[in-house]
Write a protein that binds this ligand. Structure first.
Ligand code: AMP
Ligand code: MG
Length: 330
Protein backbone atom coordinates (compact mmCIF):
# COMPACT_ATOMS: atom_id res chain seq x y z
CA UNK A 1 0.00 0.00 0.00
CA UNK A 2 1.26 3.46 -0.91
CA UNK A 3 0.96 5.93 2.01
CA UNK A 4 0.36 9.60 1.19
CA UNK A 5 0.63 12.66 3.45
CA UNK A 6 -2.13 15.10 2.46
CA UNK A 7 -3.04 18.62 3.49
CA UNK A 8 -6.55 18.86 4.95
CA UNK A 9 -8.97 20.07 2.26
CA UNK A 10 -12.23 19.00 0.65
CA UNK A 11 -10.54 16.38 -1.57
CA UNK A 12 -8.55 14.74 1.23
CA UNK A 13 -11.58 14.82 3.56
CA UNK A 14 -13.75 13.17 0.88
CA UNK A 15 -11.12 10.51 0.33
CA UNK A 16 -10.80 9.96 4.09
CA UNK A 17 -14.56 9.50 4.37
CA UNK A 18 -14.57 6.90 1.57
CA UNK A 19 -11.79 4.97 3.29
CA UNK A 20 -13.48 5.05 6.70
CA UNK A 21 -16.93 4.11 5.35
CA UNK A 22 -15.29 1.18 3.57
CA UNK A 23 -13.77 -0.16 6.80
CA UNK A 24 -10.31 1.42 6.47
CA UNK A 25 -8.22 3.63 8.77
CA UNK A 26 -7.00 7.23 8.37
CA UNK A 27 -4.39 9.07 10.44
CA UNK A 28 -5.42 12.57 11.55
CA UNK A 29 -3.98 15.35 13.72
CA UNK A 30 -5.29 16.35 17.13
CA UNK A 31 -4.08 18.91 19.67
CA UNK A 32 -2.37 16.09 21.66
CA UNK A 33 -0.83 13.52 19.26
CA UNK A 34 -1.82 12.07 15.84
CA UNK A 35 -4.66 9.51 15.92
CA UNK A 36 -5.40 6.50 13.71
CA UNK A 37 -9.15 6.52 13.17
CA UNK A 38 -11.75 3.94 12.08
CA UNK A 39 -15.55 3.74 12.13
CA UNK A 40 -16.43 2.89 15.75
CA UNK A 41 -19.57 0.99 14.64
CA UNK A 42 -17.59 -1.34 12.34
CA UNK A 43 -16.06 -4.23 14.33
CA UNK A 44 -13.67 -5.41 11.63
CA UNK A 45 -12.46 -1.83 10.97
CA UNK A 46 -11.75 -1.45 14.69
CA UNK A 47 -9.99 -4.83 14.88
CA UNK A 48 -7.88 -3.77 11.92
CA UNK A 49 -6.57 -0.79 13.95
CA UNK A 50 -5.23 -3.21 16.56
CA UNK A 51 -3.53 -5.22 13.77
CA UNK A 52 -1.98 -2.17 12.08
CA UNK A 53 -0.47 -0.98 15.37
CA UNK A 54 0.33 -4.38 16.86
CA UNK A 55 -1.69 -3.16 19.86
CA UNK A 56 -2.48 -5.65 22.66
CA UNK A 57 -6.11 -6.76 22.21
CA UNK A 58 -7.11 -5.82 25.78
CA UNK A 59 -6.10 -2.14 25.49
CA UNK A 60 -9.33 -0.22 24.67
CA UNK A 61 -9.66 2.67 22.23
CA UNK A 62 -10.99 6.18 22.69
CA UNK A 63 -13.96 7.24 20.54
CA UNK A 64 -13.51 10.70 19.00
CA UNK A 65 -16.58 12.79 18.17
CA UNK A 66 -17.34 16.19 16.70
CA UNK A 67 -18.20 19.02 19.09
CA UNK A 68 -21.89 18.95 18.02
CA UNK A 69 -22.24 15.21 18.55
CA UNK A 70 -24.79 14.16 21.19
CA UNK A 71 -22.93 11.63 23.35
CA UNK A 72 -26.20 10.41 24.91
CA UNK A 73 -26.41 8.29 21.71
CA UNK A 74 -23.47 6.29 23.02
CA UNK A 75 -23.44 6.43 26.83
CA UNK A 76 -26.15 5.77 29.38
CA UNK A 77 -25.36 8.12 32.25
CA UNK A 78 -23.54 11.44 32.43
CA UNK A 79 -23.12 12.63 36.04
CA UNK A 80 -23.52 16.33 36.87
CA UNK A 81 -19.78 16.83 37.50
CA UNK A 82 -19.04 15.38 34.04
CA UNK A 83 -21.35 17.95 32.44
CA UNK A 84 -19.45 20.69 34.27
CA UNK A 85 -16.10 19.26 33.13
CA UNK A 86 -17.31 19.04 29.54
CA UNK A 87 -18.50 22.64 29.69
CA UNK A 88 -15.19 23.83 31.11
CA UNK A 89 -12.69 21.82 29.04
CA UNK A 90 -14.30 20.46 25.86
CA UNK A 91 -13.40 20.53 23.10
CA UNK A 92 -9.91 19.83 24.44
CA UNK A 93 -7.40 17.25 25.66
CA UNK A 94 -9.72 15.48 28.11
CA UNK A 95 -11.10 11.95 27.57
CA UNK A 96 -14.10 11.00 29.69
CA UNK A 97 -15.06 7.38 30.48
CA UNK A 98 -18.80 6.61 30.87
CA UNK A 99 -21.08 3.59 31.10
CA UNK A 100 -21.54 2.46 27.50
CA UNK A 101 -24.90 1.91 25.82
CA UNK A 102 -23.20 -0.79 23.77
CA UNK A 103 -23.96 0.96 20.46
CA UNK A 104 -20.38 0.99 19.14
CA UNK A 105 -18.55 -2.23 18.32
CA UNK A 106 -17.54 -4.18 21.47
CA UNK A 107 -14.02 -4.26 19.97
CA UNK A 108 -13.63 -0.54 20.84
CA UNK A 109 -13.67 -1.09 24.61
CA UNK A 110 -12.27 -4.63 24.44
CA UNK A 111 -15.41 -5.99 26.07
CA UNK A 112 -15.52 -3.47 28.97
CA UNK A 113 -18.97 -2.03 29.78
CA UNK A 114 -17.57 1.50 29.62
CA UNK A 115 -16.70 3.83 26.73
CA UNK A 116 -14.00 6.51 26.56
CA UNK A 117 -15.06 9.62 24.61
CA UNK A 118 -12.97 12.56 23.47
CA UNK A 119 -13.83 15.80 21.65
CA UNK A 120 -10.55 17.13 20.23
CA UNK A 121 -10.14 20.88 19.79
CA UNK A 122 -7.71 20.76 16.83
CA UNK A 123 -9.32 22.49 13.85
CA UNK A 124 -8.27 19.71 11.44
CA UNK A 125 -9.61 17.03 13.80
CA UNK A 126 -12.96 18.83 14.06
CA UNK A 127 -13.16 19.15 10.25
CA UNK A 128 -12.32 15.48 9.84
CA UNK A 129 -14.89 14.34 12.44
CA UNK A 130 -17.60 16.59 11.04
CA UNK A 131 -16.95 15.29 7.53
CA UNK A 132 -17.00 11.63 8.62
CA UNK A 133 -20.19 12.25 10.63
CA UNK A 134 -19.65 9.14 12.77
CA UNK A 135 -17.88 8.38 16.05
CA UNK A 136 -14.28 7.51 15.19
CA UNK A 137 -12.34 5.02 17.34
CA UNK A 138 -8.73 6.17 17.41
CA UNK A 139 -5.60 5.27 19.33
CA UNK A 140 -2.36 7.17 18.76
CA UNK A 141 -1.06 6.61 15.19
CA UNK A 142 2.20 4.85 16.11
CA UNK A 143 3.38 1.27 16.19
CA UNK A 144 2.37 -0.04 19.62
CA UNK A 145 4.84 0.81 22.44
CA UNK A 146 6.78 3.29 20.29
CA UNK A 147 6.82 7.03 21.03
CA UNK A 148 3.49 8.66 20.03
CA UNK A 149 3.62 10.73 16.82
CA UNK A 150 3.36 14.52 16.92
CA UNK A 151 3.98 15.19 13.20
CA UNK A 152 2.66 13.61 9.99
CA UNK A 153 6.26 12.50 9.27
CA UNK A 154 6.36 10.59 12.58
CA UNK A 155 3.18 8.75 11.54
CA UNK A 156 4.71 8.02 8.13
CA UNK A 157 7.87 6.56 9.62
CA UNK A 158 5.80 4.14 11.77
CA UNK A 159 2.92 3.26 9.43
CA UNK A 160 4.27 3.70 5.89
CA UNK A 161 2.74 0.96 3.71
CA UNK A 162 0.08 0.10 6.30
CA UNK A 163 -2.42 2.94 5.73
CA UNK A 164 -3.43 4.99 2.68
CA UNK A 165 -3.72 8.52 4.06
CA UNK A 166 -2.14 10.70 6.72
CA UNK A 167 -3.93 14.04 7.10
CA UNK A 168 -1.26 16.63 7.88
CA UNK A 169 -2.14 19.21 10.53
CA UNK A 170 1.42 20.25 11.40
CA UNK A 171 3.11 19.65 14.75
CA UNK A 172 0.69 18.85 17.59
CA UNK A 173 0.81 21.66 20.11
CA UNK A 174 -0.15 19.69 23.25
CA UNK A 175 2.41 16.97 22.69
CA UNK A 176 1.25 14.30 25.18
CA UNK A 177 -1.93 12.20 25.09
CA UNK A 178 -5.21 13.39 26.61
CA UNK A 179 -5.99 13.16 30.30
CA UNK A 180 -8.31 10.14 30.78
CA UNK A 181 -10.86 10.61 33.56
CA UNK A 182 -13.28 7.96 34.76
CA UNK A 183 -16.78 9.47 35.16
CA UNK A 184 -18.55 6.31 36.36
CA UNK A 185 -18.09 6.96 40.11
CA UNK A 186 -19.25 9.64 42.58
CA UNK A 187 -16.18 11.73 41.82
CA UNK A 188 -13.98 11.92 38.72
CA UNK A 189 -10.91 9.67 38.89
CA UNK A 190 -7.87 10.27 36.69
CA UNK A 191 -6.78 7.09 34.89
CA UNK A 192 -4.06 8.79 32.79
CA UNK A 193 -2.58 12.19 33.53
CA UNK A 194 -2.25 14.85 30.82
CA UNK A 195 -2.62 18.54 30.04
CA UNK A 196 -5.92 18.87 31.91
CA UNK A 197 -4.49 18.47 35.39
CA UNK A 198 -5.92 17.01 38.58
CA UNK A 199 -6.10 20.54 40.00
CA UNK A 200 -8.07 21.76 36.97
CA UNK A 201 -10.54 18.88 37.31
CA UNK A 202 -10.94 19.28 41.08
CA UNK A 203 -11.49 23.01 40.65
CA UNK A 204 -14.55 22.38 38.42
CA UNK A 205 -15.85 19.07 39.83
CA UNK A 206 -15.17 19.82 43.51
CA UNK A 207 -12.99 16.74 43.92
CA UNK A 208 -10.78 14.47 41.84
CA UNK A 209 -9.20 11.09 42.58
CA UNK A 210 -6.22 9.52 40.88
CA UNK A 211 -6.07 5.82 40.12
CA UNK A 212 -2.90 3.84 40.54
CA UNK A 213 -2.51 0.21 39.57
CA UNK A 214 -1.92 -2.04 42.55
CA UNK A 215 0.10 -5.26 42.50
CA UNK A 216 -2.03 -8.24 41.45
CA UNK A 217 -5.12 -6.12 40.60
CA UNK A 218 -6.68 -6.06 37.12
CA UNK A 219 -6.18 -2.61 35.58
CA UNK A 220 -9.13 -0.21 35.55
CA UNK A 221 -7.57 1.35 32.45
CA UNK A 222 -5.84 -1.58 30.74
CA UNK A 223 -3.42 0.63 28.76
CA UNK A 224 -1.69 1.59 32.01
CA UNK A 225 0.01 -1.75 32.47
CA UNK A 226 1.92 -1.72 29.18
CA UNK A 227 5.37 -0.47 28.32
CA UNK A 228 4.80 2.66 26.25
CA UNK A 229 6.31 5.61 24.47
CA UNK A 230 9.74 4.00 24.06
CA UNK A 231 12.38 5.36 21.69
CA UNK A 232 14.32 2.81 19.60
CA UNK A 233 17.67 3.62 21.23
CA UNK A 234 18.85 2.87 24.78
CA UNK A 235 17.55 5.20 27.51
CA UNK A 236 18.35 6.03 31.14
CA UNK A 237 16.42 8.29 33.51
CA UNK A 238 17.95 10.28 36.40
CA UNK A 239 16.01 12.17 39.06
CA UNK A 240 16.47 15.93 39.04
CA UNK A 241 18.50 15.68 42.26
CA UNK A 242 20.86 13.20 40.54
CA UNK A 243 21.58 15.48 37.57
CA UNK A 244 25.30 15.57 38.43
CA UNK A 245 25.35 11.76 38.15
CA UNK A 246 23.64 12.06 34.77
CA UNK A 247 26.32 14.49 33.61
CA UNK A 248 29.06 12.13 34.83
CA UNK A 249 27.44 9.22 32.97
CA UNK A 250 27.29 11.37 29.82
CA UNK A 251 31.01 12.26 30.10
CA UNK A 252 31.95 8.58 30.62
CA UNK A 253 29.92 7.61 27.56
CA UNK A 254 31.45 10.29 25.35
CA UNK A 255 34.96 9.29 26.55
CA UNK A 256 34.15 5.65 25.69
CA UNK A 257 32.92 6.61 22.20
CA UNK A 258 29.21 6.11 22.96
CA UNK A 259 27.03 8.66 21.17
CA UNK A 260 25.02 9.86 24.20
CA UNK A 261 22.63 12.82 24.43
CA UNK A 262 21.15 14.42 27.53
CA UNK A 263 17.39 15.09 27.40
CA UNK A 264 16.32 17.77 29.89
CA UNK A 265 14.45 21.04 30.32
CA UNK A 266 15.95 24.38 29.32
CA UNK A 267 16.96 25.49 32.83
CA UNK A 268 18.84 22.22 33.44
CA UNK A 269 20.43 22.44 29.96
CA UNK A 270 21.85 25.85 30.89
CA UNK A 271 23.29 24.53 34.15
CA UNK A 272 25.33 21.63 32.71
CA UNK A 273 28.37 21.43 30.45
CA UNK A 274 27.24 18.62 28.11
CA UNK A 275 27.34 19.58 24.42
CA UNK A 276 24.87 17.04 23.05
CA UNK A 277 21.53 18.07 24.47
CA UNK A 278 17.92 17.41 23.54
CA UNK A 279 16.43 20.57 25.04
CA UNK A 280 12.74 20.31 25.96
CA UNK A 281 12.33 24.07 26.46
CA UNK A 282 11.45 26.32 29.36
CA UNK A 283 7.74 26.42 30.20
CA UNK A 284 5.63 23.42 31.25
CA UNK A 285 3.60 23.68 28.05
CA UNK A 286 6.79 23.71 25.94
CA UNK A 287 8.24 20.72 27.80
CA UNK A 288 5.06 18.66 27.22
CA UNK A 289 4.85 19.83 23.60
CA UNK A 290 8.47 18.87 22.86
CA UNK A 291 8.74 15.60 24.81
CA UNK A 292 7.84 13.11 22.03
CA UNK A 293 9.35 15.31 19.34
CA UNK A 294 12.71 15.27 21.13
CA UNK A 295 12.50 11.55 22.00
CA UNK A 296 11.96 10.84 18.29
CA UNK A 297 14.79 13.21 17.31
CA UNK A 298 16.99 11.51 19.92
CA UNK A 299 16.36 7.96 18.74
CA UNK A 300 17.58 9.00 15.27
CA UNK A 301 20.85 10.54 16.35
CA UNK A 302 21.76 8.99 19.71
CA UNK A 303 22.87 5.55 20.83
CA UNK A 304 21.83 6.47 24.37
CA UNK A 305 19.42 9.09 25.71
CA UNK A 306 20.25 10.14 29.28
CA UNK A 307 17.08 11.82 30.52
CA UNK A 308 16.93 14.10 33.58
CA UNK A 309 13.51 14.52 35.24
CA UNK A 310 12.15 18.05 35.53
CA UNK A 311 12.35 19.50 39.03
CA UNK A 312 8.62 20.17 39.26
CA UNK A 313 6.48 17.04 39.12
CA UNK A 314 2.88 18.12 39.71
CA UNK A 315 0.31 19.69 37.39
CA UNK A 316 1.19 19.22 33.70
CA UNK A 317 4.56 17.82 34.78
CA UNK A 318 2.75 14.79 36.29
CA UNK A 319 1.76 13.83 32.72
CA UNK A 320 5.27 14.48 31.42
CA UNK A 321 6.80 12.36 34.21
CA UNK A 322 4.33 9.53 33.55
CA UNK A 323 5.41 9.40 29.87
CA UNK A 324 9.12 9.93 30.56
CA UNK A 325 9.22 7.15 33.15
CA UNK A 326 7.48 4.72 30.80
CA UNK A 327 9.69 5.74 27.87
CA UNK A 328 12.83 5.02 29.89
CA UNK A 329 11.62 1.81 31.55
CA UNK A 330 13.64 -1.27 30.53
P1 AMP B 1 -4.19 5.58 23.37
O1 AMP B 1 -5.22 5.19 22.39
O2 AMP B 1 -2.86 4.96 23.08
O3 AMP B 1 -4.16 7.05 23.64
O4 AMP B 1 -4.66 4.91 24.73
C1 AMP B 1 -6.00 5.05 25.19
C2 AMP B 1 -6.02 5.03 26.68
O5 AMP B 1 -7.37 5.16 27.11
C3 AMP B 1 -5.48 3.73 27.27
O6 AMP B 1 -4.72 4.02 28.43
C4 AMP B 1 -6.75 2.98 27.64
O7 AMP B 1 -6.56 2.06 28.70
C5 AMP B 1 -7.70 4.12 28.00
N1 AMP B 1 -9.10 3.73 27.78
C6 AMP B 1 -9.76 3.64 26.62
N2 AMP B 1 -11.01 3.19 26.81
C7 AMP B 1 -11.16 3.01 28.14
C8 AMP B 1 -12.23 2.56 28.97
N3 AMP B 1 -13.41 2.22 28.45
N4 AMP B 1 -12.01 2.48 30.29
C9 AMP B 1 -10.81 2.83 30.83
N5 AMP B 1 -9.76 3.27 30.10
C10 AMP B 1 -9.93 3.36 28.76
MG1 MG C 1 -0.96 5.33 22.38
Amino acid sequence: MHTRILQINEDSLNESKDIILNGGAVAFPTETVYGLGANAFDGSAVENIFKIKGRPCDNPLIVHVHNDYDISNLVSYVPEYAKLLAKAYLPGPLTMVYKSKGKVSPAVSCGLDTLAIRVPSHKGAQEFLKHIGLPVAAPSANVSKHVSPVTAEHVFSDLNGKIEIILDGGKCVGGIESTVVDCTSDIPVILRSGLITREMIACVAGDCGEYSLKEGESARSPGMKYKHYSPLCETMLFDFCDRKKAEKKYEECIAAGVNAYILCDGATANSIKAKKILNLGESEAEIASNLYFKLREGEKKAELIIAISPEKQDGVMAGVMNRLTKACKN
